[in-house]
Design a protein around this ligand. Structure first.
Ligand SMILES: Cc1cc2nc3c(=O)[nH]c(=O)nc-3n(C[C@H](O)[C@H](O)[C@H](O)COP(=O)(O)OP(=O)(O)OC[C@H]3O[C@@H](n4cnc5c(N)ncnc54)[C@H](O)[C@@H]3O)c2cc1C
Length: 390
């Protein structure tokens, strides 16, 4: 990059959110530079599951946003040159206790009233639809609109397509400061030079807090660690994404669904399983506040493996080949932070997607593109404003 360059829009962060915004902006013909301090998908977007999940969202603005996003996946899968392994396979939430089943039934009713296709399945139904499940499983809620995608392929696919449409992607380049004069963003200082721009987007995941400080705005995003085990590949056995009811408990803070076991509660353990297109199983996951530490721990690996065998006894036959941990960019209420900042014209925020960023990336990209280029959005984003926390 020359020492001083310019761009109509600068996006900070090369995760799925930055890549989605770049893609939708480029589709509208905007001139875009994306600045990533490490590499594309080096943050949470490259260390996560690929659940495109609707039944885990709260009815209301959360679910509405997710539905708009899920509706965009088929056309993305068509338009991107990379195979993003989008699979509209449906999702099952398994209950192991009568209280959990009761709670899932109540949620299914609310979801159905909100127009989502959610049905309850008995253990007999599960027998015909899943490989053997643990004998404690009391039933499940099933949502046919849940899906899966390869999150790394999605991030890289969006970024590559944006690049083909003209976006410049600066890897290994850290944003160090943002110059604001007369209440307007003017320049972005990076580790390899300055970029003149009147429009800057913060899509920096867990780095968003630091970016906010550069313009003296508090962006309340905290890293929440999630750990995952990866097994050796097998022929296709599981064509559905699976969660345990505790997953909802730890994700949404729903007391009735929290893990009962003390160690599991401490780790924020919630069962998840998916089989990827290459045949590996991803088994998860935890929700821990461990600062910026993205390492895996023996306690969590052990707990995830034990939990996975409880839900899917046959999984013990498979070798674990690796593990990883990612840091979810968590907002105080778990919903994304989208919009503008008072008193700093030209600064936009798209962060805090917590455990939902893969699912919400397409709609985030589309809405931010509208906001940046037209000053208004096709869906009301006021509920996701930074100022809901004040
Ligand atoms: C274990 C786990 C499982 C998950 N499962 C799912 C799931 O199944 N479905 C789902 O929807 N979501 C899931 N998530 C959540 C999802 O991964 C995140 O919400 C999403 O990846 C966030 O994307 P992002 O682009 O905001 O952040 P990131 O992917 O973290 O990208 C931010 C980027 O900004 C860069 N950056 C930061 N500061 C600077 C700077 N100063 N200068 C330049 N670059 C900077 C970083 O290097 C990083 O690459 C999961 C997360 C985890 C950890």
């Amino acid at each position: 990059m020359p020492e001083v360059s310019s761009s109509e829009v600068v996006i900070i962060g090369g995760g799925v959110i930055g890549a989605a915004i770049a893609y939708y902006l480029c589709k509208e013909g905007a001139e875009v530079m994306m600045v990533e301090e490490d590499d594309l998908a080096s943050g949470a977007s490259g260390a996560c599951d690929g659940f495109v999940s609707l039944q885990t969202k709260q009815p209301g603005v959360h679910l509405d946003l997710a539905r708009e996003s899920v509706a965009l996946f088929p056309e993305l899968a068509e338009d991107l040159d990379d195979d993003i392994e989008y699979n509209p396979c449906g999702g099952m939430m398994l209950a192991t206790m009568p209280e959990q089943l009761k709670e899932l039934k109540a949620r299914a009713k609310k979801m159905k009233a909100a127009g989502l296709e959610v049905e309850m399945l008995t253990p007999a139904d599960l027998k015909s639809r899943l490989p053997e499940v643990g004998k404690e499983i009391k039933g499940a809620s099933y949502c046919a609109q849940d899906a899966q995608v390869n999150p790394i392929a999605l991030t890289l696919g969006l970024a590559r397509k944006a690049q083909d449409m003209g976006a410049i992607i600066l890897r290994g380049t850290k944003v160090e400061n943002i110059v604001v004069t007369n209440n307007r963003v003017r320049e972005v200082h990076t580790s390899s030079g300055s970029i003149h721009s009147r429009r800057v987007v913060c899509a920096a995941g867990t780095g968003s807090n630091q970016i906010g400080k550069m313009i003296i705005v508090d962006i309340p995003v905290m890293p929440q660690r999630g750990q995952i085990l990866v097994t050796e590949p097998r022929e296709r056995m599981l064509d559905v994404i699976l969660y345990g009811a505790e997953y909802l408990g730890t994700k949404g803070g729903i007391t009735e669904l929290m893990p009962r076991d003390e160690e599991a509660a401490k780790l924020g353990l919630g069962f998840t399983a998916e089989q990827t297109a290459s045949g590996n199983f991803l088994l998860g996951s935890t929700r821990e506040f461990a600062g910026a530490d993205a390492s895996t721990t023996p306690e969590a690996m052990n707990a995830i493996a034990k939990n996975a065998m409880y839900y899917l006894p046959w999984i013990k036959e498979l070798d674990v080949i690796r593990s990883f941990a990612g840091l979810r960019p968590c907002s105080p209420d778990g919903l994304p932070i989208l919009g503008t900042v008072k008193g700093v014209k030209g600064f936009f925020i798209a962060t805090g997607h917590s455990g939902d960023g893969i699912c919400l990336a397409p709609i985030t990209g589309k809405l931010l593109s509208e906001l940046i280029l037209d000053g208004e959005t096709s869906l009301d984003i006021e509920p996701f404003s930074l100022y809901r926390f004040k």
